[in-house]
Design a protein around this ligand. Structure first.
Ligand code: GDG
Length: 481
């Protein structure tokens, strides 16, 4: 029986070494949820890294790791500390991530980390090839594994391969600076179908292929010597019902969350102040430092809102081994301290800042308690937080302010769309959001919710898989001609 093989850098599970035994619990992230139906159907498997390096797993527990992952229909790729340093913290997060998000000044071109990227992609390929059977379909995810499609295709030309990039694909002028640009493009072209969040990323990719590799490129097809590669956009959705149902339940139960406890205790005695929410991984692409500065500008431009608003900012620790992330943490800490010092009164703190990750229930609490969401990435492939915020507004009240640089902005035109570098625009959008009549909030959210509910994460995964199967038919027709 043919199956679907999903491959991503990390497996959708958490491994814990507990009392000399291994415990695997499934993780509940967006990708894991979206792929659930693809993964469970047709006895599919998921290949990826467990999150524990070879050095971290005691020799006598190695078989247990494999067994525990197999129980979740997963197959582990074994990586060393050196692999993670070079491939993950190195090439993936110091070269590709900044370059693809247009942070040229942060981009490092290191031969050693490139070599590690090649080695680790080969390690993934070995595990995939060991597990492929005739008729299987392969879906590779994201920027850490861009060489993998070609490595698989070379050995198994009979297998249909899909690739989805979760981050932006940059314009040709930026992409061309990469010393290994040809290798990356050729790696991706091992796929039969390549998917992006937006049409713009698709266009940038096609332009790079045509100018760097000189292949014949049309609107959404690339002609190779012996095959055609289809390229298309599939904007990723969320598990809409999970978020809206959790919000509805949360309202009913009136859970005592950290946020509400703090309000009830009158630690901050302006409980009626409007809450402005921001949630992101602490990443320079998310525009967190700019957002705080824009908020400062807003309080200066419209001082009548002092004590009437509060910025609730959740920054989730991320890639803290990479120096740029350490610098950003320092910058954000200082900015929050400076602005709170500058504007706070005895009864009001302008920014509530949490540097940690929170359990799902607390996330729902933040989403449902805050009247405004302010998301200002400098660049963002999609931004699922924007979609999740809207999904949790069960009474349809609440205003989303969203950067035009997020892929999500293309589907969410009813939000207040801003340029994250324009403080004037952000300050005015904040005023407009806080003063927006309820009827208008409801009208905007109604449209947004309808769209998000219809194009949810399951639909996204199924659309991609359907297109991937269609490429097999196309290949048969080309062969017949
Ligand atoms: C990449 C691309 C693209 C956040 N904090 C907590 C928490 N989260 C969850 C959110 C959301 C997810 O993490 C973040 O997703 P984003 O899309 O906003 O951002 P990235 O992590 O950068 O994801 C991005 C995405 O891939 C999908 O293709 O949209 O552009 O960069 O689901 O809810 N969850 C919990 N606690 C937290 O503290 N439980």
């Amino acid at each position: 029986m043919s199956k679907t093989i999903i491959i991503s850098n990390r497996l959708p599970l958490q491994l814990q070494i507990d009392n000399k035994t291994i415990k695997a619990t499934p993780s509940v992230g967006g990708l894991a949820t979206g792929m659930k139906s693809v993964h469970r159907d047709s006895n599919g498997i998921w290949i990826g890294w467990t999150g524990l390096t070879e050095e971290e797993i005691p020799a006598d527990l190695r078989d247990e790791v494999v067994e525990a992952t197999i129980q979740e229909q997963c197959v582990p790729v074994s990586l060393t500390e050196e692999d993670i340093d070079g491939f993950y913290y190195g090439f993936s997060n110091r070269t590709i991530w900044p370059l693809f998000h247009y942070f040229m000044e942060y981009t490092e071109f290191e031969k050693e980390s490139w070599q590690s990227y090649v080695t680790v992609n080969q390690k993934y390929a070995e595990v995939v090839l060991d597990n492929i059977e005739e008729g299987d379909t392969v879906w590779v995810h994201d920027y850490q594994l861009m060489l993998l499609p070609a490595l698989i295709k070379k050995e198994r030309p009979d297998v249909q391969i899909g690739f989805f990039l979760h981050i932006p694909f940059p314009s040709y002028e930026v992409f061309r600076t990469l010393p290994w640009r040809e290798e990356i493009l050729k790696g991706l072209l091992g796929s039969d179908l390549i998917g992006f969040h937006t049409y713009d990323y698709q266009r940038h990719f096609l332009s790079s292929v045509s100018r760097i590799l000189r292949n014949e490129v049309s609107f959404n097809e690339i002609t190779l010597k012996d095959r055609i590669v289809t390229v298309n956009s599939y904007p990723m959705g969320i598990d809409y019902n999970k978020f809206s149902e959790a919000a509805a339940k949360h309202d009913a139960a009136k859970n005592q969350s950290e946020l509400q406890r703090r309000l009830d205790l009158h630690i901050d005695s302006t409980p009626d102040a409007k809450m402005i929410l921001s949630i992101d991984r602490l990443d320079y692409s998310k525009g967190i430092a700019n957002r705080i500065r824009a908020y400062e500008y807003f309080l200066e431009k419209y001082p009548e809102f002092k004590e009437k608003v509060r910025l609730v900012m959740l920054a989730v620790p991320s890639r803290s081994n990479v120096p740029q992330y350490q610098l950003l943490k320092k910058e954000v800490d200082e900015l929050v301290g400076r602005i709170n010092g500058k504007f706070a009164s005895v009864s009001w703190t302008p920014i509530w800042y949490f540097y940690r990750s929170m359990p799902f229930e607390n996330l729902i609490d933040l989403y449902t308690t805050c009247e405004v969401a302010l998301l200002t990435p400098i660049r963002d492939g999609m931004n699922l937080v924007a979609k999740e915020y809207v999904a949790t507004r069960t009474d349809k009240k609440g205003v989303l302010i969203l950067s035009e640089m997020a892929g999500a902005a293309q589907e969410m035109s009813e939000a207040l769309i801003i340029n994250p570098n324009n403080f004037e625009e952000i300050a005015d959008a904040l005023k407009q959001a806080i003063e927006m009549p309820e009827a208008e909030q409801i009208k905007r959210n109604k449209f947004l919710q309808k769209r998000l509910k219809r194009y949810n994460v399951e639909k996204w995964a199924n659309d991609f898989m359907t297109s991937l199967r269609d490429t097999a038919h196309k290949a048969d027709i080309v062969k017949a001609i």
